[in-house]
Design a protein around this ligand. Sequence first.
Ligand code: NDP
Length: 247
Amino acid sequence: MSDDTQRVAVVTGASRGIGKAIAERLAADGRHVVCVARSEGPLKELVETIRSAGGSAEHVTCDLSDGESVGAMIDDVVERCGRVDVLVNNAGITKDGLVMRMSDDDFDDVLNVNLRSAFIASRHVARPMMRARFGRIINIGSVSGLMGNPGQTNYAASKAAMVGMSKSMAKELGAKGVTVNVVAPGFIKTDMTDILGDELLKEVAPRIPVRRLGEPEEIANAVSWLSSDDSGYVTGQVLVVDGGLAM
Ligand code: NDP
């Protein structure tokens, strides 16, 4: 459990990939990190790793596709820890398919996890953050939401909407010391890109100005800065971390 002065960060989708790297980095930065996802085993392992490195963390299992559970999870963290200073809405899914074949369910499922859960979690942290006159909400978007991508109508819609949502919230909450920003990754080495296969990833790399896929830790670096005191004059922005892909 956190002590009274330690800042508390909630990271969704922390069981693997980018979310795991963000949780480890924020713990190394001295935060008490609440690691959220559905899979309890990997979350427990992550908390152990953080604690053995001298950090502070706990895990909470939550299915973010269920809006009521998202709100209850955040309220519970606020009650137990007394505060939430940083919220990283990172959990995300893809259900790719060409638009003519994309089902309503595949559209709704992606919007529910990627966008609606971020909205609900943000709404629930807004009051305690405003009361504390400090808050950092960081939403993990995607270059797909900026450029579009064939086969990703649902996913790109969720990530593009996240930008408008973040800018609107930034305008509402800025006066109370709460910033809201988006980090938009390009191709990062995780399970999400693994399913694309080696061949496609080999084709992609030469199109990226820095000529390689990104590492989850490189997204965590950006989130670390946006969650710090140093970034207090930056809000409503999209920080693209993609090796130059979307220029
Ligand atoms: P992964 O597929 O590796 O991890 C996704 C995470 O989200 C897991 O921890 C998973 O945990 C969690 N999650 C998924 N569905 C739910 C749910 N219903 N409830 C709770 N947690 C859930 O993805 P990445 O690490 O690659 O991606 C992280 C974020 O970065 C996503 O928002 C993604 O869109 C974005 N992004 C990734 C890029 C990439 O190249 N990898 C590029 C651009 C953006 P569990 O299954 O245990 O619930």
